[in-house]
Ligand binder design. Structure first.
Ligand code: AMP
Ligand code: MG
Length: 350
């Protein structure tokens, strides 16, 4: 298949491009589009065959459900059975935005979209191109991240092209995304809202709106044998670079020393080494391919660049990645969730 590739200027959206995309979506084809979190791979969420194509193109396990994207309240009502009070409050405060909410699904949503679940994940993205695409196509769009399963999520249209060129009908290039990691997922079907995946919207931000919020145990460490995470996707080794990735925890200066020692040793043994540093620490490193992932004073600069850096290390066939730790109570919590998964929870305290 020849993949159509179209650029759109976010300040002056060419509606013809979106109409063309809408036509493809109506035909049951796949269209990748930008959102504020990462690029999504879209299909008509209410068309079983179209949803099935997403799994095929991504190589995604069929029990890993898709997020349904909407552009207004009318579309939300179409896909959910009811809107609990907590959900109403969260929608009002955070939509459009990087928060996905789990509802009981309406009958119209096929199980192919929900991975066989009786619930449906819904999000209204804060991106003009995405919103306009749903409006123009008059469609709710199922869209997981537009990467090959197991690779870091795409933050540019080029990343999408690298993974899915020839496998999907169209890529809409709307430039680099603003956040760079996937949405926060919160389940409001129980009494106490529960975070199933951390993201830009933090626990504190949610608690200010709905009171106590819990965190699914699947987020806090490696999955234990036999435990079933509430977000099925959390059990897969996501975001994995090809290299052996270790994260170092401790005082910055000691972390840098330790990484320098290990990097030198690996280089002497003939391996390629990539190092994930920050603007504040990059000067500490002497060996290997050293990259600053952003500034510790601006966590958004880090989330925005994380997946790009991991992809670049893949492209360079790096054997070992050594990374600093970016834990915090804000966005750093979600950044570390993704980094720890990428590293297979390989952490060394120094
Ligand atoms: P992606 O869009 O690729 O970031 O993946 C969507 C994520 O949403 C996956 O990790 C799913 O497990 C999660 N998800 C989607 N629908 C549901 C649902 N109904 N219940 C729980 N988690 C869901
Ligand atoms: Mg994904």
């Amino acid at each position: 298949m020849e993949t159509i590739y179209k650029k759109v200027d976010i300040n002056e959206i060419d509606l013809k491009v979106l109409e063309e995309a809408g036509e493809l979506l109506r035909n049951g084809d796949l269209v990748a589009f930008p959102t504020e979190t990462v690029y999504g791979l879209g299909a008509n969420a209410l068309n079983e065959q179209a949803a099935a194509k997403i799994y095929e193109a991504k190589g995604r396990p069929s029990d890993n459900p898709l997020i349904v994207h909407v552009c207004d309240e009318k579309q939300v009502k179409k896909v959910v059975r009811s809107i609990p009070d907590n959900a109403k409050k969260l929608m009002e405060k955070f939509w459009p935005g990087p928060l996905t909410i789990i509802f009981h699904k309406a009958d119209i949503v096929p199980f192919a979209t929900t991975g066989g679940l009786d619930t449906v994940a819904v999000r209204m993205p804060d991106h003009k191109v995405a919103l306009k695409l749903m409006e123009v196509s008059d469609m709710v769009i199922a869209a997981p991240s537009a990467n090959t399963s197991g690779r870091p999520s795409p933050t540019t249209a080029m990343h999408v092209k690298d993974d899915l060129d020839g496998k999907i009908a169209m890529i809409i290039d709307g430039g680099e995304v603003g956040i760079g990691i996937e949405s926060t997922i919160v389940d409001v079907t129980g009494e106490i809202p529960m975070i199933l995946r951390p993201g830009y919207i933090t626990r504190n931000m949610l608690e200010e709106v709905v009171g106590q919020v819990e965190i699914d145990s699947a987020i806090t460490g490696p999955m234990k044998e036999g435990v079933k995470p509430k977000a099925p996707g959390m059990k897969y080794k996501h975001y994995a670079p090809k290299a052996d990735f270790t994260i170092y925890e401790g005082e910055n200066i000691r972390v840098s020393q330790k990484i320098n020692e290990r990097a030198l040793k690996c280089l002497e043994e003939g391996y390629k080494v990539g190092i994930i540093a920050s603007d504040e620490t990059i000067a500490n490193y002497k060996y290997g391919d050293v990259v600053s992932i952003g500034s510790r004073n601006d966590e958004l600069s880090i989330s925005k660049k994380l997946y790009r850096v991991l992809r670049e290390f893949d492209d360079k066939n790096v054997d070992y990645i050594f990374g600093e730790n970016f834990e915090s109570e804000e966005l750093g919590y979600a950044i570390m969730n993704r980094m720890l998964k990428a590293a297979g929870y390989q952490v060394e305290k120094v």
